[in-house]
Write a protein that binds this ligand. Structure first.
Ligand SMILES: [Zn+2]
Ligand SMILES: [Zn+2]
Length: 413
């Protein structure tokens, strides 16, 4: 019989790898807390309609990448491909708008996309995101960008670059979309099939196309910043001013539209050095009209961002994370009955403790202690144990002393 392996595009995080992920998550939670974000946890599957309506039917995510299935009651469900739609659903469902003026939310968890797996991109991946709901202020846009830069600097990512754009609002959108159609109207035969479909259905999405031969044509796209309305223009100016005030360098990319339909005004992307090349690690944007889609047309201004944790770990390189324990208890056959009480005593005193329950040879037990990264070994020699004592060995400086078993926990630092 063939061995059963993990599904393509999914990963097991074994021991030190899981510890590395946990350490990353802890750092992120700490920084989010500093900025006043609070966590919301939502289920990994939702009604499919949440994503088709929220993200947009014509996006790559919805049209090509979702894991959608029917449950036993023949409802269409989908494993979440991103976090914002779920956060918005939860925001509306729990009437969070009634609780406070501005909601600052963070989330972290597994997301699912049927992409071609490659290094740092998996079908099950983990995302960390923030959303600020309830403020139209450009200060929010600037702070979310600063938050992400703070995160990546704290983590030690190198080669950070920030790209921003404004994708306007329903007021200035039509003029820009018309300008796009005008620009590409004679190029349709040279563009790929997806571009041709999007030209009719959702012309802005054309700018997402990654097909090589489309790139020179798409580069002709006019800049959105030339078409911004009286509301969007000063908004974008303030975002840029706040970033400049904070000493942040950035470039404006008029073709940056992000892969989701719901963005309005500010869109941004942060790249970092990854495997020797510049790669996008984080993106976000304002979505002032999305919440209305789920709230009977009544919207709340909002902005959010997200990044994949696997990609961050890849960008950080293979830093060694080693798990450790405080003490490994070594027993002899004659003192095996003292093993469990000693472990219990150490744990009750707040120390992490482990042992070889097979009571193998002393040499093999010491080897295991080393492998587990034990800071101390507590050796229950027959003669010492008879007197209620043990040998406590510091594994770092290799010093050893004879102490009362009851006192050992207090001597481990
Ligand atoms: Zn506008
Ligand atoms: Zn194309």
């Amino acid at each position: 019989m063939e061995a059963i392996t993990a599904v393509r595009g999914t990963n097991d995080l074994v021991y030190a790898q899981a510890a590395r992920m946990l350490a990353l998550e802890n750092t992120l939670r700490g920084i989010a807390h500093k900025y006043g974000y609070e966590e919301i946890r939502t289920p990994v599957f939702e009604h499919t309609e949440l994503f088709t309506r929220g993200i947009g039917e014509d996006t790559d995510i919805v049209s090509k990448e979702m894991f959608t299935f029917q449950d036993r009651g023949e409802r269409s469900l989908t494993l979440r491909p991103e976090g914002t739609a779920s956060m918005v659903r939860a925001f509306v469902e729990h009437h969070l708008f009634a609780e406070r003026g501005i909601n600052k939310i963070f989330y972290t968890g597994a997301m699912y996309r049927a992409e071609r797996p490659q290094k740092g991109r998996y079908r099950e991946f983990h995302q960390f995101g923030v959303e600020v709901i309830g403020s139209p202020s450009p200060l929010v846009d600037a702070e979310i960008i600063l938050f992400n830069l703070d995160v990546f600097k704290t983590l030690g990512l190198s080669g950070l670059t920030l790209t921003i754009n404004s994708v306007g609002c329903p007021k200035c959108n039509p003029a820009y979309l018309a300008a796009l159609r005008e620009t590409f109207k004679n190029d349709l035969p040279s563009l790929c099939e997806t571009c041709r479909t999007r030209y009719d259905k959702n012309v802005l999405r054309m700018l997402d196309c990654k097909v090589e031969s489309c790139q020179p044509i798409l580069a002709k796209a006019p800049a959105f910043s030339d078409h911004l309305c009286d509301e969007c223009k000063p908004h974008f100016e303030t975002v840029k001013q706040e970033l400049a005030n904070a000493g942040i360098q950035f470039t404006v990319n008029p073709r940056l539209v992000r892969g989701l339909d719901y963005y309005t005004k500010t869109a941004f992307e942060i790249s970092a050095n990854m495997l020797g090349a510049q790669n996008a690690v984080c993106g976000g944007g304002r979505y002032d009209n999305l919440i209305g889609v789920f709230n009977n047309g009544k919207s709340f201004p909002a902005m959010g961002s997200a990044f994949g944790l696997e990609r961050i770990l890849l960008a950080l390189g293979d830093a060694e994370t080693k798990n450790t324990i405080d003490v490994f208890v070594v027993a002899f056959k004659e003192t095996a009955d003292k093993l469990m009480p000693t472990l219990s005593m150490l744990r009750a005193a707040g120390r992490s403790a482990n042992a070889d329950y097979n009571v193998s040879s002393i040499k093999s037990q010491l080897k295991t202690a080393d492998k587990l990264g034990a800071k101390y070994t507590l050796i229950l020699g027959p003669e010492e144990a008879a007197a209620g004592e043990c040998m406590l060995r510091n594994m770092t400086d290799k010093t050893e002393k004879r102490v009362k078993i009851a006192d050992a926990a207090g001597m481990i630092v």
